[in-house]
Design a protein around this ligand. Structure first.
Ligand code: SF4
Length: 394
């Protein structure tokens, strides 16, 4: 499946000048990629190669649990079997970190190389960003990472064109494959020595791109992370700008595979949302809320509404009252994550005043809507929300 997806992507829009800043071609021409294939596909591959089916399970465990980066590292296989795979042009070919930017607050932003010499952005926030405030959390005393959050991209660039977002300025280049989505996660878990099952790391699919415009690949990436890597979907959150057909598909996913859902709201009404997020003209707020209602929530699960506060645009107390009324009318268990807008070059919005942020939050809380202010992490390295544009100055 993933090979077909790879063949169908278009690289027409790539800007070679920008990519040359970071990319290196690390693949043998015509190599076949193992990373991204699930256990069933790996089993079929081994059977086709004349090996017993259980070799497929060993291969999946080596790639996704032991996180080997090369066929030569698969110690479960004999040297002759490793050589046979290599001779048939198979490579692990996991996406790799090619550049790292360090923030004073401990956040790291990575450029991660995917097929075709392209890079996407992934962000590691060791203290989290407060986005999981209000969600049930278990504390494991033995874990080295309790609150770390990993922000993952789903597309190269983004077609959605939210007016306050730097990523939108890149335009859309292409969808990421399932392996490229899951590969970002494994590359960063490896870097930080995260032990799945012991350390608790949250994943947020809020990096570059709109996951629900790349729905099949996004969910196939999630399935790899849940079934093959062993991560919990309850510690994953996917954010959508409100792509209703994607939300309708999402509502059909089984609870054991479905991440939590966040809706990027950002305006109290359709008129302002049309301006800030042109996608609202296609799927207005009421249609998005109707699609949210289709999802069968787990016990204690809440739908998160993300709200980027733009100074003087959508941050008045009156706006907060309208948002509160809107969310109360849904009758859904919700919470609101407020994000003070992060400035980016060429985008002419203003930072909200801290008093306005607090007044907005308090207005929601007074209306019995749980509301939290997400901390801006990594602003100094363009790692914060809406800033992911493969900026290479650190
Ligand atoms: S905010 Fe998200 S959906 Fe909107 S343009 Fe930026 S990356 Fe795309």
């Amino acid at each position: 499946m993933s090979k077909d997806l790879r063949q169908s992507v278009s690289l027409d829009a790539v800007n070679p000048a920008e990519e040359n800043l970071t990319a290196k071609e690390n693949r043998t021409p015509f190599a076949k990629t193992l990373f991204g294939l699930n256990k069933e596909a790996l089993t079929a591959l081994m059977v086709n190669a004349g090996e017993p089916a259980w070799r497929g399970k060993q291969l999946a465990e080596s790639i996704y649990r032991q996180r080997v980066a090369a066929i030569s590292e698969i110690t479960a296989f004999s040297i002759s079997l490793r050589e046979k795979l290599a001779a048939e042009s198979w490579e692990v070919n996991r996406p790799e970190i090619v550049q790292t930017f360090h923030s004073a607050d401990g956040t790291e932003r990575y450029l991660i190389q995917v097929d075709g010499g392209l890079t996407v952005e992934t962000v590691w926030m060791p203290e989290g960003d407060g986005g999981d405030e209000g969600d049930a959390e278990t504390v494991d005393e033995g874990a080295r990472h309790q609150r770390a959050t990993l922000c993952v991209s789903s597309q190269v660039g983004c077609p959605v064109n939210c007016q306050f977002c730097l990523t939108a300025r890149l335009g859309f280049q292409r969808d990421l494959t399932p392996g490229e989505i899951a590969g970002q996660v494994l590359a960063v878990l490896d870097r930080h020595g995260v032990e799945v099952g012991r350390d608790r790391v949250n994943l947020v699919f809020m990096g570059m791109g709109e996951p629900f415009l790349n729905y099949d690949n996004f969910m196939a990436g999630v399935r790899l992370l849940v079934r093959e890597v062993g991560l919990s979907p309850q510690r994953m959150t996917v954010s959508t700008a409100g792509v209703v057909p994607g939300m309708e598909c999402f509502a059909q996913e089984p609870a054991e595979l479905r991440p939590r859902l966040a809706i990027s709201l950002n305006a109290p009404n359709d008129a302002l949302r049309d301006e800030l997020m042109p996608i609202n003209r296609k799927w207005p707020i009421a249609a998005v809320v109707d699609a949210v209602r289709l999802i069968r929530l787990r016990p204690h699960e809440r739908i998160t509404f993300e709200y980027v506060l733009l100074g003087g645009v959508n941050d008045r107390v009156e706006d907060a009252r309208v948002v509160a009324r809107l969310l109360r009318r849904t009758g859904l268990p919700v919470k609101v994550n407020l994000i003070a807008w992060n400035p980016g070059p060429g985008i002419s919005y203003s930072l909200p005043q801290p008093e306005a942020v607090e007044a907005f939050r308090q207005t929601l809380v007074d209306a019995e809507i749980p509301a939290y202010v997400r901390k801006s992490r990594g602003c100094d390295i363009y790692a914060a929300c809406g800033q992911l544009k493969r900026t290479v100055e650190g």
